[in-house]
Design a protein around this ligand. Structure first.
Ligand code: ZN
Length: 535
């Protein structure tokens, strides 16, 4: 089945050349050169006893990798390319495919349509005989623009990977990175939660009481050829790759840069394949910065270097364990009728609380500067205040109190306006999902879950934006030490926050851009625990 004879032939051929050169040495005018050549080739003959990289060994997995550019070059300037990347894995009994797409989601939103996944899977089954459930496709969740024929390109990548299969040794490990991301949900003193988006203004600093957790773990699978060259690195991390680049061009964001660092610092053609984790409520740091151009590049470089640091510590070994389990689970949809009603009342209350003041933006801004520069004498030089005081007048003091009253009212109006931007953005998300639920005539949504083992590397997937606590829970409860969680895989059902976060429906994106009822979390976590138990 494998071309072992060719390599034995090659070794024999080298043996012939060594003998010929040795004879040449006896008669040659340049014996030293002949000696060096003979010694070099003899060394190669000796090394040929150890397995060549493309010779299968007992108990090794076979793996092939490929990547195809999926950047939409018509969509405007390109900062860095977007890719679909594929790893095909094969044991004696199982074939599985891991695909990573530099796109926002697998269906539902963005450029990738809902028929992408079934189309790709059907073709891979027909053309390569790969079972549909064994094809796992993860969206990195970068917000780049992919080409229209991304399905064709995906099939191309997988097909190419099947043509490059080599035996591999594998190993799993964990890296650490906590400098590039932050939890984007803000716990407010009111007990509610808000989140950090460009879609609306943040609440005032003094209203913020606490922030949520992050998951600094980088889950890593390393695949080495038998000669030690690294074929691929699979890495899993939880963070929205949405920092953007100063040029504003199309970009694979943090993930594009991280993968580049990994690929350029290992073997010549190493493939770095990223699997987005439970990044639902995780943002890049300084996401709202306005003092400097925001750039994904330094963040991606840090993630890439931290991944490399861990990759180098992983020892690969022959390990044929390859298992994929897939199940469909019905999750309850949330009925937001009551919450929409409450938010509409809140919207009206906020609107009616706007109060008229004498100021507008043009008069307000210089006053803010003056009253912050000189609290005691904001309206003129101090001598004028002292002069008034001497004559028993307080005209300037009266003016100052009136201005302060107006400024306070104006600021209050601004905060109300900012609160309205949050209410309206989240209200429209709730209305959209409520309408979709009514139209669907169903109170549940079916999700495809997968659990996969590649040696010690255990992966479970979900088709939505799991928030970070869910991932931390699954990892903590798993019987397997190297368990990692990929959201954004094999479909897209929007955000999937915890039951606790769903108490806050209408307050933040993760709980508003969500179709699930709070009970979903325990149903899901129970199911995943059972799948991991049986893996
Ligand atoms: Zn998102």
């Amino acid at each position: 089945m494998y071309p072992t004879r060719i390599h034995r032939g090659a070794a024999n051929q080298r043996g012939f050349f060594v003998a010929t050169l040795a004879r040449a040495w006896e008669t040659s005018a340049t014996p030293l050169l002949a000696f060096v050549l003979a010694a070099t080739l003899a060394g190669q003959t000796a090394r040929a006893e150890t397995p060549r990289p493309d010779t299968p060994q007992p108990d090794t997995l076979m793996a092939g990798v490929a990547k195809v550019d999926i950047t939409d070059r018509e969509a405007g300037p390109v900062n860095d390319p977007l890719y679909v990347k594929a790893i095909v894995l094969k044991s004696d009994t199982e074939t599985a495919v891991l695909v990573s797409v530099d796109a926002v989601a697998i269906g539902e939103i963005g450029r990738i349509s809902n028929d992408y996944l079934p189309t790709v899977r059907t073709r891979l089954q027909q053309e390569l005989g790969i079972a549909p459930a064994n094809v796992l496709i993860n969206a990195s969740h970068c917000h780049g623009v992919v080409c229209a024929d991304v399905d064709e390109k995906t099939v191309q990548a997988v097909t190419q990977a099947t043509k490059n299969m080599v035996p591999v040794k594998i190993g799993a490990g964990v890296g650490h990175e906590d400098r590039i991301m932050e939890n984007r949900r803000l716990k407010l003193k009111s007990g509610k939660e808000a989140d950090v988006r460009h879609a609306y203004s943040l609440p005032p600093d003094e209203e913020v009481a606490e922030v949520g957790p992050v998951d600094p773990q980088i889950g890593i699978l390393r695949l080495d050829r038998l000669d030690g060259r690294t074929l691929a690195v699979v890495y899993n991390f939880a963070c929205h790759p949405i920092q953007g680049v100063p040029s504003g061009g199309n970009t694979a964001d943090i993930i594009g840069f991280a993968s580049k660092v990994i690929e350029e610092n290992l073997s010549d053609d190493t493939l770095a394949l990223f699997l987005q984790g439970c990044g639902g409520d995780i943002n890049p740091v300084t996401y709202k910065a306005v003092e400097h151009p925001r750039s994904a590049e330094p963040l991606g470089n840090l993630l890439g270097l931290s991944t490399l640091r861990a990759v180098r510590k992983i020892e690969c070994q022959a390990d044929q364990r390859l298992t994929v389990r897939s199940e469909t689970l019905a999750l309850p949809r949330g009925d937001r009728t009551e919450r929409i009603h409450q938010l509409e009342i809140e919207q009206q209350r906020l609107l009616q609380s706007l109060k008229g003041t004498s100021l507008n933006l043009k008069t307000f801004l210089p006053l803010v500067v003056k009253y912050n520069l000189s609290e005691e004498f904001p309206s003129y030089y101090s001598h004028r205040y002292l002069h008034d005081e001497k004559l028993g007048r307080d005209d300037l003091r009266k003016l100052d109190s009136e201005n302060r009253r107006n400024m306070k009212a104006y600021i209050q109006n601004i905060h109300t306006m900012e609160a309205l931007t949050r209410v309206q953005a989240n209200l429209s998300l709730l209305r959209k999902h409520q309408r979709a639920m009514v139209d669907s005539g169903k109170r549940t949504v079916d999700v495809e879950l997968a659990a996969m083992r590649i040696g010690d590397f255990v992966l479970t997937t979900f088709p939505g934006e799991l928030t970070v606590q869910i991932g931390l829970n699954i990892k903590q409860q798993s019987p397997h030490p190297q368990t990692f969680v990929a959201g954004y895989t094999n479909g897209y059902i929007y955000y999937a926050p915890t039951a606790e976060q769903l108490q806050n429906v209408g307050g933040a994106q993760e709980d508003s851009d969500c179709i699930l009822a709070p009970q979903w979390q325990s149903i899901y976590e129970t199911k995943v625990a059972a799948m991991l138990e049986n893996l």
